[in-house]
Structures are given as C-alpha cells and as structure tokens.
Design a protein around this ligand. Structure first.
Ligand code: 0PR
Length: 379
C-alpha cells in the first residue's frame, strides 16, 4: 500500500473509533492525553529508557519528575513504568527480594494486578477484612500482622480503589508497618494525583504521603495525569530499595536496567515531564476538583430517580444500580445507546469513573438516556 492509501484507511478506521471527548466513555480509567504530552511523546519516540547512557535526557526528565513527586509525597526516588500493573509487580518483587519472604497481606479491594503479581512471584495473599466503607479494617489487619509477623513480605493497601475510589487509611496502616518493620506498598495508581488536593480542600479525610512506615507508592500518569499510555511511576522511600528493582546488563553502555521491560519507552518519560511542567501541583489540583464536582453533580442527578440506588462518591467514581432492572440488562441497554460504563461487582451494580474528559453536559445527556431506558422522568 502507498502511504497515502494507508493514511486514508487509518482515518476511516479512526472515524469509527470512540473518542473520549465525545463523552460516551464513562467507565474506563482512560482519558485523552494532553496535547503537550503527545508532542513530547512523539518527539522522544525513538528513545529507549533501557539505556540512559545513550539517552541521558531521559535521566534528566526522570530526576525532575521525582522532584515533583517529592513535593507531593515527601522524600522518595523511583522510575517510570508502563503502568500500575508493572509498578505493583515491581513493588512485590522488591518486597520479596528484600525480605526473602512470600506472604502478602492486603484487603480484598486491591486491584487484580496485585493478585496477578503475587501469583507471578510465587507469593501468597492473605486477605484482610474491609469495613462497610470499603477500606481495610485496621484492627483485623493488626491482628493478622501480629499472628503472621515472621512470614510477612509486604502489606499492600490502595489509595483510590478501582471499584469505589475508597482510600485505605494509609497513615494508620503505616503505623503498623513501622511498628513491625514490614514493607508497605500503597497502590495509588488511580488516586495518587487527586488525593493530596482533595484532602487539602476537605473532600476526603485520608491523606497520602511517604509516612515513616510507607515503603513504596505507585501512581499512574496515564490515568488522571493526562499523559499517554503507557505512563506509570513506582516510587520508593530510598535508593537502597530502588536498587532491588535494578538488573545488571553488562554489555550495554548503561550497564543497568530497571523494572520489567528491557526496551522501555522514553517517550512516556518526556510526556510525564511535559504535563507536570504544564500543570504543576496547582493545575492537577484544579483537575481533581473539577472531576470531583462533576462526580457529585452526577451523584445528585442520579438521586433524582426513584428507580436508582446511588452511593456518594469518595473520589470521582459513582456506583449505582437499578432497583428492578438487573445491572447486566441496564449495562446492555446503555451499551446499546453508545455508553461504555463498567460493572461494580461487589454490589452487583454499575460504575462511572469521572475522568478529566467528562463534563456536566455529558452527564446531562447520560441522565436523559437513563431516563429513557428506565421510563422515568427526572427534574
Ligand atoms: N491499581 C489500581 C488501583 C488500578 O485501578 C489499576 C488499573 C491498576 C493498579 C493497574 O494499572 P494499569 O492498568 O495501568 O496496569 N485500573 C483500571 C481498571 O482495572 C485499568 C483499566 C483501565 C482497565 C481502562 C480497563 C480500562 O478500560 O479498571
């Protein structure tokens, strides 16, 4: 095929591909990346973070990104990953290598990549109970740790769970981790960029920081950070921990590689650098507030239905279900109207993740569609 024909065909296929700005992608934790991030990604598309001796600019970007994260969470180090799954695998790998142990303690609300990571690494998970607010029950966690303290490689909690957006009590858990000297990984892939701002503005009462007992934090820039996929970040409390995530590759110029990948997209690192320069802490704070307000708007609009049960959002994730129509049927009806929402399995409901591209106009149109499907008028 000639390039012009390829382009024509690509555009035809692109035309039929859903785009976030149209406001129909309402369940998936993805959004349209910022133009400056796409520019940076494309500019550095040829670079490989698998050898930063060839591409030292990537090391410059990484250091600046870490400096930004230090302002958010306190002293730390780390590197750019392909996303939350890789970050979680690396965190558990480091915990296993450092301690020589294989037991992970975590609430059931952890992302399935933690379960996947444990499986890959030959580790075993003991699930701690959760409260009705979908956060780890701190007393039960304490009891489990006390009983198994000699076997535990790591405790894992989540700052912004995938289903509810709930935030495990990081500070209290970090106290337990500190007391027993146990590795604590906080998966903040979804919530990491929103929690500091929403805490400061009083929307939530759980904060996220490198408290003394916190060992590692993962946060994704391809979720609320507006960087293209793949853009994740794994942060460690100190350089010694980071060194466990490093492999020697003696024949290369750089001699070492970090993380799971060999060849690693340098474009992502340039893209994250570009978005943090564009938005800074204040810019991300504004995005967090906008998403939270839109989520509360959606929550309020859903309360207008007699037929709908809706849960108040913690972070910008709204869970709801119909009193009479099964969630599977409602999901299919919504998909039939072009909407992509996801399931909330723990209550057999549905969920909408209010990502940065979602506007109140999108919500109003969604509410009209829901009202058509349910045959119920709203105000
Ligand atoms: N940790 C948490 C708390 C997550 O929510 C996710 C992803 C991960 C880790 C893993 O991150 P990566 O997907 O970057 O490896 N949460 C989304 C979810 O499970 C991932 C996703 C996004 C799935 C969009 C489907 C989709 O359409 O919903």
């Amino acid at each position: 095929m000639r390039e012009s024909e390829i382009i024509k065909k690509l555009l035809e296929i692109y035309e039929k591909t859903p785009k976030h700005d149209e406001g129909y992608i309402l369940g998936s934790m993805t959004t349209r990346p910022d133009n400056i991030a796409v520019y940076a990604y494309n500019l550095f598309i040829h670079t490989n973070a698998g050898d930063t001796r060839i591409f030292p600019s990537l090391e410059y970007f990484r250091k600046e990104i870490i400096d930004f994260m230090k302002k958010l969470y306190g002293e730390c180090t780390g590197f750019i990953t392909s996303g939350g799954t890789e970050s979680n695998i690396i965190a558990l790998y480091v915990a296993r290598e450092k301690t020589g142990r294989k037991l992970v303690i975590a609430p059931k609300t952890v992302h399935h990549s933690i379960i996947w990571a444990a499986h890959l690494l030959g580790m075993k998970i003991v699930f701690a109970p959760v409260t009705s607010s979908h956060i780890v029950d701190i007393n039960s966690l304490h009891d489990i740790v006390e009983k198994r303290k000699d076997e535990v490689a790591a405790i894992v909690v989540t700052a912004g769970t995938t289903e509810w957006g709930s935030i495990d009590p990081v500070r209290e858990v970090s106290e337990i981790a500190r007391q027993y000297n146990i590795y604590l990984h906080v998966d903040a892939a979804y919530g990491g960029l929103f929690i500091p701002a929403l805490y400061e503005k009083g929307y939530i009462d759980t904060h996220l920081r490198f408290y003394e007992g916190v060992t590692s934090i993962s946060v994704d820039f391809h979720k609320n950070g507006l960087s293209p996929i793949p853009s994740g970040l794994i942060l460690f409390k100190n350089e010694e921990l980071l060194s466990y995530a490093r492999r020697e590759l003696p024949y290369t110029l750089g001699k070492y590689q970090y993380g799971l990948l060999g060849t690693r997209p340098g474009g992502s690192i340039a893209a994250i650098w570009a978005v943090i320069k564009k938005y800074g802490i204040d810019g991300y704070s504004k995005i967090a507030l906008r998403c939270m307000k839109t989520a509360l708007y959606l929550y309020n609009r859903l309360t207008e239905f007699q037929e709908i049960i809706v849960w108040k959002p913690i972070l910008p994730i709204v869970v709801f279900k119909s009193r009479h129509m099964s969630s599977e049927k409602l999901l299919e009806e919504l998909v039939g109207h072009g909407y992509y929402v996801y399931r909330a399995p723990s209550v057999d409901g549905l969920r909408i993740v209010v990502m940065p591209h979602v506007t109140t106009e999108h919500i109003d149109r969604f509410i009209n569609t829901l009202s058509e499907i349910l045959g119920e008028k709203t105000e």
